[in-house]
Design a binder for this molecule. Structure first.
Ligand code: HEC
Length: 75
């Protein structure tokens, strides 16, 4: 009888663990958004972004070999 109880407790723990794991890893999908219009950014913000992207050397990874700059991450 003790063995059956132990098995029941083990199964219960495994199920509870599975449910807890599901809660931890569940990520709801974001609702799609309308992308802002390309001309909706201030010229100073774009210039500053260009400088920051240059400082971070973002183009190294975010351009496919021979591709359009910043069009894709190369991984
Ligand atoms: C060493 C390579 C590397 C450099 C340098 C780099 N990135 Fe990334 N970046 C990646 C990789 C790889 C991913 C994808 C990560 C993932 O999906 O888990 C990524 C993802 C991103 C994303 C998310 C894109 C998305 O669709 O989710 C943004 C935004 C981003 N990078 C911006 C930048 C900016 C801004 C810079 C420069 C300051 C930069 N990255 C420099 C490799 C790099």
């Amino acid at each position: 009888m003790i063995k059956r109880k132990a098995v029941a407790i083990a199964v219960g723990l495994i199920l509870a663990g599975g449910v807890a794991y599901g809660f931890l890893v569940w990520r709801p999908a974001f609702d799609p958004i309308e992308p802002p219009p390309a001309n909706g950014f201030a010229a100073e913000a774009i210039a500053k972004g260009e400088v920051l992207a240059g400082v971070g050397d973002c183009v190294v990874c975010h351009t496919a070999p021979g591709g359009t700059p910043y069009a894709a991450a190369s991984h």
